[in-house]
Design a protein around this ligand. Structure first.
Ligand code: NAP
Length: 526
């Protein structure tokens, strides 16, 4: 169906966690809506990221929607850390449960969205031929998106004659690695998940590592009926804990003070947490930010690598070092280090000897050519600003979002942009997404009830928020490494922090404050 020239109250872009809930919420408020999604089904990041081993690093019981008690009770997760297919099934389930499909167009990538000041409407066009108008546009395009995947600009990349894939838009039919010489470039959260699975069938696997990540064991396992019943009974408490926790995780605060423990006792506890797995591995000490704790934990994790990886030369390369733990995202693995004990799996340190070029046959490191049948780029994304700049978004007076975000992220409360009336944005992880969706829905309801036709933040409010966001990151751990969070994974991208580092709980309070003070920082026009 092509909705040519159809008029909507709101267009939502993207059918991931954010878009699905946004569509539901706005429809509930009586708005006539249309959602456009490039993939051919719901899922968003979990539609595109179907690379081998793709799995969530958050535990399933809180990597989900909390807004509907029915959905919480009706859906049952099968694993502690759900794999991509299960999350994709979950999002399909929610879309069906809320009867959303009739208002969704799949296989439709939004190419442009342009504001007309006279009619106060947006014209939205897709590469599938849709051209519709709407009063509101909500982007739910995610911060780490297939449209903005980061393919390194290594010389000769176009010469390569073998197969190559970026993990962020993995073929639906999968890739057959059987007996092939495979190279994986990139050892962030994605590469670390893909390597052990690719190694199962590849003839030979070479991992090209620039920065060794700090990696904790996931210790994933199936969930029992009893466990799920207990979780379902406790959802009200879990929901409250997610909403009041700094990072949106319903975990207890760290229980121990390192400074009060003997080294043996601290090591025993750290071992216990390691064996339990998950991101909690590093969340046991109240005084975690002191240099003593950091040194203790970093060395503990290096010892772990040395104890798992039998070849000391490989272990030396894989040991995390060169930056403080936490300055780049910590990853969870299942058998990552163990995989390097297989005789057909190698790791090459491309920090020590950089990649010089990609050839017809493979990857050249220094003077050594590694012939490869398949290259997997697990090289991440032009995060947060990239997906916005990949779309032609034009606001008042034809100003382009592409230009606005040229020297880094700019927004008011992460959701609105000066010069772009009625354009609102949701992204993040489910815990923050639910908040943003509800906050945006309330803002729109406020505008509708009061007969406002256009709502937009002031330049001053946007400037202040943008600067505050940068100030929160300055001097933080993230400041001590290159990462996608700082935009420093993309050559030429300005080093500006792309996320809010002030805590999700504080963010909620700040947004409440804006709303309670009559949406301070916004202007409304009739
Ligand atoms: P990433 O964290 O940006 O990692 C990209 C990797 O590619 C890094 O190891 C990077 O090395 C390397 N790389 C990039 N360009 C390179 C070049 N020119 N030469 C050599 N190496 C290069 O990307 P990602 O692993 O896709 O993860 C992105 C984010 O997605 C994660 O941080 C996480 O938020 C999310 N994610 C979540 C999950 C989950 O929940 N389970 C799974 C996957 C991803 P350097 O470090 O040296 O730059």
């Amino acid at each position: 169906m092509t909705d040519t020239n159809e008029e909507f109250d709101a267009v939502v872009i993207g059918a991931g966690f954010a878009g699905i809930y946004m569509l539901h919420k706005l429809r509930e408020q009586g708005l006539k809506c249309r959602l456009f999604e490039a993939g051919d089904g719901p899922g968003g990041a979990w539609y595109w990221n179907r690379y081998p081993g793709a799995r969530c690093d958050s535990e399933s019981y809180f990597y989900c929607y909390f807004f509907s008690d029915e959905i919480l009770q009706e859906w049952t997760w099968s694993e502690r850390f759900p794999a991509q297919p299960e999350i994709e099934r979950y999002l399909n389930f929610v879309a069906d449960r809320l009867d959303l499909r009739k208002d969704m167009s799949f296989g439709a990538r939004v190419s442009s969205t342009v504001y007309d000041e006279a009619s106060r409407r947006w014209t939205v066009e897709t590469d599938a031929g849709h051209k519709v108008t709407a009063r509101y546009v909500v982007t739910a395009i995610g911060g780490l998106t297939s449209t903005a995947s980061n393919l390194p600009n290594i010389p000769g990349i176009g010469d390569y004659k073998g197969e190559w894939y970026h993990t962020g838009h993995w073929p639906k039919d999968g890739v057959d690695f059987t007996g092939k010489r495979v190279g994986v470039l990139g050892t962030g959260s994605t590469g670390i998940q893909a390597v052990p699975v690719i190694a199962q069938t590849a003839g030979h696997l070479t991992v090209f590592q620039r920065t060794p990540a700090y990696i904790m064991p996931a210790k994933n396992h199936p969930l029992t009926e009893e466990y799920n019943a207990e979780i379902k009974a406790n959802y009200p408490t879990i929901r409250d804990n997610v909403r009041t926790h700094w990072g949106g995780q319903p975990y207890d605060a760290p229980a121990y003070t390192f400074a009060e423990l003997s080294l043996d006792e601290a090591t025993r506890l750290q071992e216990e947490y390691w064996n339990n797995g998950g991101l909690r591995v590093i969340q046991l000490f109240k005084d975690a930010r002191t240099p003593e704790v950091r040194e203790f934990q970093e060395e503990f994790f290096r010892r772990k690598v040395r104890s798992i990886v039998k070849d000391p030369a490989k272990a030396e390369i894989l040991e995390p070092k060169g930056y403080p733990m936490g300055a780049k995202r910590i990853a969870l693995d299942t058998n990552y280090y163990e995989t390097f004990n297989l005789p057909h799996v190698d790791v090459v340190d491309v920090r020590k000897t950089p990649i010089t070029r990609i050839t017809e046959k493979g990857i050249m490191v220094g003077e050594t050519e590694y012939p490869l049948d398949i290259i997997v780029f697990a090289t991440g994304y032009d995060a947060v600003t990239g997906p916005f700049r990949a779309m032609d978004i034009r606001g008042r007076g034809g100003i382009r979002m592409y230009d606005k975000l040229d020297d880094g992220p700019r927004s008011y409360v992460g959701m609105a942009f000066a010069g772009f009336p009625n354009l609102l944005a949701v992204s993040g992880v489910p815990a923050s997404i639910e908040h943003d969706v509800e906050w945006i829905a309330a803002l729109i309801e406020h505008a509708e009830k009061n007969g406002y036709k256009a709502v937009e933040p002031t330049q001053e409010a946007e400037d202040a928020w943008t600067e505050e966001t940068q100030a929160k990151a300055a001097g933080s751990l993230f400041d001590q490494a290159d990462s996608w969070q700082y935009g420093s994974n993309v050559p030429g991208k300005p080093r500006r922090f792309l996320l809010w580092l002030g805590g999700l709980n504080v963010f909620r309070e700040r947004c409440d404050e804006v709303a309670n003070e009559g949406y301070k920082g916004f202007t409304f026009a009739r």
